[in-house]
Design a protein around this ligand. Structure first.
Ligand code: FAD
Ligand code: FES
Length: 287
């Protein structure tokens, strides 16, 4: 087995150069979200931290930041350099990616940015995600299920049951000890949905992880994160124990162009994962 230190040592000299990746498999998560299983064309090892992202490009179309959605410590990752991206087709690059098939290629440069804090992830943890926001948190979930340290609860909301990503994995996550709180905005007529209906903020009172023991990692639409953070603060959660992953439009991904800048912070390099203690100062008390 290739060790993580060994992988890091073998990284290419220039991490800013796009490298071609082969699409090994594609899984449809929802009508507009797919998970791509990937490996560098040159077969070189590739590693990253949960929460980091790649700048993903399709030649002649453009580039977009995309988080990793797989476990960097899985056997396939360590032995074969395999990683995954889960991508919603919304615009130029992501729609071009949606037209690709297994066996074809696109380009990546990275990994970039900060990760979710590993030490806190090992303790009691609540993950709160909305829609595609579960993708950057799946690596944390998969690592934690392997390690079995601290309790894990996942409060996940989507527009409808059909918009939930990784839905086929939920029974396995629960069987391995995760507590799942699922909620949707609405249930289409005729669909059986035995879980909750309403915004994730409606269910914060069901959290069992306590502010004095645990941490909360949040990813989703900014308006959702804003109200979740507000609700947590009302429940005595300290900003140092709340982490959010921010989205900003990006160009360089490496703190040169300034496109992603909020005051003194660059989301591409100082983030995208920020403690609420930092974000609060950047964006006022709104988030
Ligand atoms: C750190 C990070 C990680 C991310 N991880 C993921 C991930 O794992 N999976 C995923 O699916 N997405 C992820 N995203 C979001 C993704 O990068 C964006 O959706 C990106 O815009 C897609 O690129 P595109 O070329 O396909 O879409 P674009 O062509 O950029 O369009 C995307 C959307 O933005 C609108 N838009 C276009 N131009 C502008 C503009 N100038 N100003 C405002 N809005 C505009 C479009 O109308 C469209 O609705 C991540 C973003 C960040 C910052
Ligand atoms: S994307 Fe260029 S500085 Fe962040």
């Amino acid at each position: 087995m290739v060790k993580i230190k060994e992988v890091a040592r073998r990284r290419p000299a220039n991490p800013y150069l796009p490298r071609p990746v082969e699409i090994l498999a594609i899984k449809d998560e929802t009508p507009d979200v797919r998970t791509y299983t990937l490996r560098l064309r040159d077969g070189a090892p590739f590693t990253f931290m949960p929460g980091q992202f790649n700048m993903v490009s399709v030649l002649g179309v453009g580039e977009a930041p995309i988080s990793f959605s797989s476990n960097p410590e899985s056997r396939e990752a360590l032995d074969r350099g395999i990683f995954q991206h889960t991508i919603r087709a919304v615009g130029n690059v992501t729609k071009a990616l949606a037209r690709l098939q297994a066996g074809e290629q696109f380009w990546v440069r990275g990994p970039y940015g900060t990760g979710w804090p590993r030490d806190l992830a090992r303790r009691d943890l609540t993950i709160i995600a909305g829609g595609i926001g579960l993708a950057p948190l799946r690596p944390v979930i998969l690592q934690k299920l392997e390690e079995k340290g601290g309790r894990l609860e996942i409060l996940y909301g989507a527009r409808t049951p059909g918009d939930m990503i990784f839905r086929d994995e939920f029974p396995d996550w629960e069987a391995r000890g995760a507590r799942l709180l699922l909620t949707v905005d609405r249930v289409p007529e005729g669909e059986n949905w035995p879980h909750r209906v309403g915004l994730v903020t409606n269910w914060l009172q069901e959290m069992e992880v306590r502010p004095e023991q645990g941490s909360v990692f949040i990813c989703g639409p900014e308006i959702m994160m804003k109200y979740v953070v507000r609700g947590l603060t009302e429940r005595n959660w300290r900003p140092q124990r709340i982490f959010v992953s921010l989205e900003r439009r990006m160009e360089c991904g490496i703190k040169i162009c300034g496109r992603c800048q909020i005051d003194s912070e660059y989301v591409c390099q100082d983030g995208p994962v920020f403690s609420h203690a930092v974000v609060k100062d950047l964006l006022g008390t709104d988030l």
